[in-house]
Design a protein around this ligand. Sequence first.
Ligand code: ZN
Length: 374
Amino acid sequence: MSFSFSLNATDGAARTGVISTPRGEIRTPAFMPVGTAATVKAMMPESVRQTGADILLGNTYHLMLRPSAERIDRLGGLHKFMNWERPILTDSGGFQVMSLASLRKLTEKGVTFKSHIDGSKHEITPERSMEIQKLLGSDIVMAFDECPALPADRERIAESMRLSMRWAQRSRDAFGDRPGHALFGIQQGGLERDLREESAEKLREIGFEGYAVGGLAVGEGQEAMFGCLDYAPGQLPQDKPRYLMGVGKPDDIVGAVKRGIDMMDCVLPSRSGRTGQAWTRRGQVNLRNARHADDPRPLDEACSCPACARYSRAYLHHVVRSQEMIAGMLLTWHNLHYYQELMGGMRAAIAAQDFAGFEARFHAQRAEGDIERL
Ligand SMILES: [Zn+2]
């Protein structure tokens, strides 16, 4: 069985469809929980699946350093290693080398750096990134790219984008013929429309199974990001999945889907779950807040996740304050459940040609804010 993408419906620029892979279908628009070190922190894989996730994201940079791609390969690949049978997308390692490693040296060939864990020296090139992602057994492999932090001047962005396009070609050449697996190219060009178009043209020329809008959510702010998304997805092929990397908050996600994005990932729901923050239909709720201490009501009475169905705000507040492990477990579950419900709601709305109505209800409910305190 091969990798394919079919669109079921569109509403304005928003799209809903299905990505088919030998490891299962991915309903789009899709949110991918982040399983950095071969685990979505605080969650069992079967629980992640129960929230409605069709696909996980794994981080090449983290896994190559510990426990190493070669070890995971010897142990049967990442799916078996972490007990997740469904599709996995891996990033190329480039972004995290830039954000986490020290003593980085960037050349035409690739990047050398020191591990943030033990200081050991490593190199990632487009060829090595393809090799690592193959050893991991990733279903969707990302091309190796370089992403400058914004703001950056136009010359720096152009130079970096052209290097990434040469690396995209080398990634395509090194990926080889792998039926059932996909390689996604990554569009760069910052907030410069003509550079985005030049990048998209080069990627279309090389040819990929999917395309990411890269280089956003790196400090430019929502308004600038949406400004770029007003044209960037339209520069990429209509008939292939479009992935916005590292986004985001619920309102970022709704705005991105509205503009034609099919896939997203973000650590936010899992990371904030470990710090007592919940994302709900009514916006963000901080369970550390003393107002919850005597509140017997659920976090969200309309949510069917275990945190909402079986526990009170008072209990969640107590375990957050006591730093009990179950606090991170319950709130991560709730946040991932909420994100997946949001995606499901958007898929249904696009299919029913009611995305505008969905968006209006989404914003109206958040504007109301959290339930009145007792
Ligand atoms: Zn819940």
